[in-house]
Ligand binder design. Sequence first.
Ligand code: TRP
Length: 329
Amino acid sequence: MTRVLSGIQPTGEIHLGNYFGALRNWVTLQDRADAFYCLVDLHALTILDEPGVLAERTLRQAAILFAVGLDPLRSTVFVQSHLPEHNQLGWVMECQASVGELSRMTQFKDKSARRSGEHISAGLFTYPALQAADILMYDADEVPVGEDQRQHIEITRDLAIRFNSRFGETFVLPTAVHPAAGARVMDLQDPTSKMSKSTDSDAGLVNVLDDPAVILRKFKRAVTDSETEVRFDRATKPGVSNLLEILSACTGVSPAELAGRYHQYGPLKSDTGEAVVELVRPVQQRYHDLLADRAELTRMLRVGADRAQAVASATLARAYAAIGMLPRN
Ligand code: TRP
């Protein structure tokens, strides 16, 4: 069976871009793949400056993953820091990566530019090596991620190829897979930028846990254009096209076909808002139910960690043996 691995940062929130760009696809993959999903709290350390918040965010993020439909019986959902193997293989991968190729990572360039004048951790720089370890650890064939992660999967492949040629066949080469539909949800206030929590204002950002009234308001205020015609055209009508694409992702009807059903922006905005509210309502209910029983959530994550560790410890041992490290006896 195809092995799949993906990771998500434990921000404690997910927005529509995360959901349509990645998470919904994670849920679908459970039916045809052996899926591993990792809450990458070690990655969150690269820009964490607030003490004491990560545990709660991680638990909430786990609740969201289960609430959107990940099934602990079919998927292995676990927390990265629960397995020291990630740090261990992460170091091995740091030693495969070159400073030059890490310097070319666009995510590093963007994130460090945004923090200019502030503390920029070395972890932010070596981040792709840890991500490569996350993926290679599980012999993942496929990595379902948003388009923005393409370069990270590329470097993972490069590091695996380099390791395999230096030390012998050890790692499976993974492929990035991007969901066909709804992969790119744009900011409702700035529809030429991807919906992202790093934007200053949250008026254009819709979280899956937002109150329904807030969601409807955000869609009502979505930026469109000064024309009146509803047409699907990303280049010249980014706002309207984004609404059509979100509505399409909710309904399964193509954006072009939906465009033919609307003659005014107002109804398109309110219908899209309503469709999103209908989509998130049961997710919010399950989320609150899950959080009401933290002992059970914790137990679900322990089951995931145990299953993940069985694979991870074997891969780490294989990598150390391939290099030729002295085993502890
Ligand atoms: N870098 C990913 C992101 O920012 C998160 C991530 C960490 C990840 N490890 C991973 C994604 C392994 C896929 C596979 O979204």
